[in-house]
Design a protein around this ligand. Structure first.
Ligand SMILES: [Zn+2]
Length: 117
């Protein structure tokens, strides 16, 4: 239920130094990494286009901020090296989670790359 949550303000616009990530030409497929943090117990999923980009030693827990002590699972959702608009396994099918509310700390780039959404 979202009835108790106040509406979020508009997200910010513009970003002087946009994040550099994996370009679609470097894509190896679609992967979901499941982590269980052994420090605080948080379970979280992390999606990627690279099979080995996210490992226990380079991933920070979004709850406690620590790294290293994880149970780490991975599943390949797609082996396609290109975005398949018709596939249910693309990351954009999973994020945002259905019914999610846009949060005001979002920073929306003025000119996002074409294939980032
Ligand atoms: Zn944690």
């Amino acid at each position: 239920m979202t009835a108790d949550i106040p509406n979020e303000a508009e997200p910010k616009t513009g970003l002087k130094n946009p994040p550099a990530g994996v370009s679609e030409s470097q894509r190896e497929g679609v992967f979901v990494n499941g982590f269980i943090c052994q420090h605080c117990g948080l379970h979280f999923n992390l999606f990627s286009w690279k099979a080995n980009r996210h490992r226990a030693d380079n991933t920070y827990c979004p709850e406690c901020g620590r790294r290293g002590a994880y149970i780490h699972y991975r599943r390949m959702l797609s082996d396609k090296t290109y975005r398949d608009e018709t596939s249910k396994d693309e990351i954009f099918r999973h994020v945002p989670w259905p019914g999610s509310q846009l949060i005001s700390d979002s920073v929306i780039m003025a000119s996002p790359k074409k294939n980032d959404r």
